[in-house]
Design a protein around this ligand. Structure first.
Ligand SMILES: Cc1cc2nc3c(=O)[nH]c(=O)nc-3n(C[C@H](O)[C@H](O)[C@H](O)COP(=O)(O)OP(=O)(O)OC[C@H]3O[C@@H](n4cnc5c(N)ncnc54)[C@H](O)[C@@H]3O)c2cc1C
Length: 501
């Protein structure tokens, strides 16, 4: 873990400081936002408030064995800072990369750690936000005012993961662990471990502990698609051999990866069966012809409906082939004293049960929002392109991509925020709000995201908490990098959807 960077500026309990921009969160989005502000709007006063003791967000709160990215760092990395390592990176490597961004751009002085925000109040009289919270180290309250709020708080609750309630959990005599709160002293050596889940987290934990456990079983209700491949990028390696400048390599390799992903996504829609067979062939190549790929690695949904995890060097499958790990596809009937009873009647004994069962959605960082003294119900708002919301002035939320790397969208939204702030300055506006236009009056309002297209559990569980989308492009959250990369820079900031004051 990196050392904590402490704020150079003490916070006084009584003084109310004011900033042009307040960024919530020092994860990959917040640090990216801070970078773009300093480059695109030099002179803007801003502060980044972060409840943790250091930067990194997802990459410091997750400490389970093997924690790593599941998408490549050429695209998960920022567009402005070359990635020089293997495509799939450990949390430690991502934190080192982020630390370099902070140090190289002198961003540390803008960040205040151990500051948890609990409320955000907008006043239409003062045209500013009042942010309140407390320091997590000494409990001291703080209050800061800001013209603009840049929400980079992510999308899930960092303090605890999602564990379903199963019958008999209280009877179980072993240890139940959620990967999000993995105890540092958990001793799994020579133990029987069951990992419940089939996503990227389960696929990471299983190979990471397989060699030290007596045995690890991945228990899944239904299978997931995986792409097993060498953790290397041939193009990047060739360009390095040719001594091409790292900035060029970053740009070229990003473009190549994004091009290949666009082709893959298009094919997933146009010829899903063919793509499915290709993905399954990739798994079979690691597991051999006798393995029951049909039961354990053949999802019922079409490829790309959920994020497809990359399995570096096929390590999950190597563990299975070596007999250190196995997969059971079944449903849990109940926990027992010794482990799990499954619906098929089978019993799994376990000293440790890891519930890699997902996140709890956390839409606005557990911050109580008020607009002119009235509590805001986020679910009542309509989203403008998944980043602004009707009735919420001077605020943008960074919700990155799931199918492509999150950071691609964080960079795009950052450009939009900087352009919007510049535009407001030019217009001498103190407030901007998105509002439905006359032509949007009868627009059909729909749930936040099209679940036919994308349906992870935490979104389905939390859909009622999320804003609505419309049936027009501007009022939708498409999760489509390949169209947004062209549309965002072309957004007409004088469109009637933007109301300035
Ligand atoms: C294990 C794991 C692996 C992942 N791998 C990938 C991947 O490979 N590729 C990919 O594209 N995506 C991946 N994701 C999704 C990932 O979360 C995002 O890509 C990205 O890291 C999110 O960055 P963020 O800065 O927006 O949010 P976060 O990383 O969630 O950071 C938000 C920060 O805001 C702070 N915060 C929140 N509320 C408050 C508050 N009220 N007051 C003060 N501070 C607050 C939090 O403490 C946190 O530090 C992964 C997610 C997980 C959990």
């Amino acid at each position: 873990m990196p050392d904590t960077i402490t704020s150079s500026k003490p916070v006084s309990q009584t003084a109310t400081e004011h900033f042009d921009v307040l960024i919530v969160g020092a994860g990959i989005s917040g640090i990216g936002g801070a970078y773009h502000l300093t480059k695109q709007l030099p002179g803007t006063s801003f502060v980044v408030l972060e409840s943790q003791q250091s930067f990194g967000g997802t990459w410091i709160t997750h400490r389970y064995p093997g924690i790593r990215s599941d998408s490549d760092l050429y695209t998960f990395g920022y567009r402005f800072k070359p990635w020089k390592g293997a495509p799939i990176a450990t949390a430690e490597e991502i934190l080192t990369y982020m630390r370099e961004v902070i140090d190289e751009n002198d961003l540390g002085r803008h960040i205040r750690y151990r500051h948890i925000i609990t409320s955000a109040r907008w006043s239409n009289v003062d045209n500013r936000w009042t942010i309140e919270g407390k320091r997590t180290d000494n409990g001291e309250p703080f209050r800061i005012t800001a013209n603009f709020l840049w929400m980079c708080q992510g999308y899930y609750r960092h303090s605890e993961g999602y564990t379903p309630e199963w019958p008999g959990m209280a009877d179980y005599k072993g240890c139940i662990v959620h990967p999000q709160t993995w105890p540092t002293d958990l001793d799994y050596r020579n133990k029987k471990v069951v990992v419940i889940g089939s996503g990227a987290t389960a696929a990471t934990v299983v190979p990471a502990i397989a060699n030290e456990c007596e045995h690890v079983t991945l228990l899944q209700r239904s299978p997931t698609y995986f792409i097993p491949a060498r953790n290397a990028n041939d193009l990047a390696d060739t360009l390095r051999q040719l001594e091409v400048d790292e900035n060029w390599i970053h740009e070229i390799v990003r473009r190549k990866i994004l091009h290949d992903q666009a082709v893959f996504t298009r094919r997933s829609f146009e010829e899903p069966e063919k793509v499915k067979q290709e993905l399954l062939a990739g798994v079979r190549a690691y597991l051999g012809p006798d393995y029951d790929v049909a039961t354990h690695f053949t999802p019922s949904y079409r490829p790309w409906r959920q994020r497809i995890a990359f399995v570096p060097n096929g390590d999950l499958f190597q563990g299975i082939r070596a007999g250190k790990a196995s997969v059971v596809t079944d449903e849990i009937e109940r926990f027992t004293e010794k482990g799990l009873k499954l619906k098929s009647g089978r019993e799994l004994e376990a000293d440790i049960i890891v519930t890699a069962t997902g996140f709890n959605l956390n839409v606005l960082g557990d911050i109580a929002f008020e607009i002119d003294g009235k509590p805001l119900d986020f679910a009542d708002t309509v989203t403008y392109r998944g980043m602004m919301f009707t009735g919420m002035p001077n605020m943008v939320w960074v919700f990155g991509y799931f199918r492509a790397s999150w950071t691609l969208r964080a960079d795009l939204v950052a450009d939009f925020v900087c352009r919007l702030l510049n535009h407001m300055k030019a217009k001498q506006a103190r407030k901007v709000e998105v509002a439905l236009r006359p032509e949007d009056k009868d627009m059909k309002l729909l749930p936040w995201i099209d679940t036919e297209n994308f349906n992870p559990g935490y979104i389905l569980r939390g859909m009622h908490l999320l804003p609505k989308r419309g049936d027009k492009r501007e009022w939708q959250h498409t999760q489509d990098y390949w169209t947004e990369k062209n549309e965002f820079p072309a957004i007409d900031l004088d469109d009637r959807a933007f109301v300035y004051a």
